[in-house]
Design a protein around this ligand. Structure first.
Ligand code: ZN
Length: 85
């Protein structure tokens, strides 16, 4: 996909009101702007951070959306691995 095609695709996604994208944006709007574990600040306008940080949505709890920086997520995964053995 070249740059022109990619831009066209983005336009179509915008116009079609893709519910998946809209839901993601809504989650981002309600998100706390720091890591749930270490409280380092999260910049939701930074595409690199949006890509690498992990958002966990728990629909059964009111404030269930939690944000993890890549480092804390990795540590959490290590913890899960070590306890499930
Ligand atoms: Zn963290």
């Amino acid at each position: 996909m070249n740059r022109k095609q990619r831009r066209a695709a983005a336009q179509i996604a915008k116009r079609s009101g893709n519910p998946e994208i809209q839901e993601k944006l809504e989650i981002l709007n309600n998100l706390k702007e720091e890591c749930f574990v270490c409280q380092i600040p999260f910049d939701k306008t930074d595409m690199k951070m949006l890509d690498s940080w992990i958002i966990v949505v728990n629909k059964t709890s009111a404030d269930g959306t939690r944000l993890y920086c890549p480092k804390c997520w990795e540590e959490a995964m290590e913890f899960v691995k070590s306890t499930s053995m």
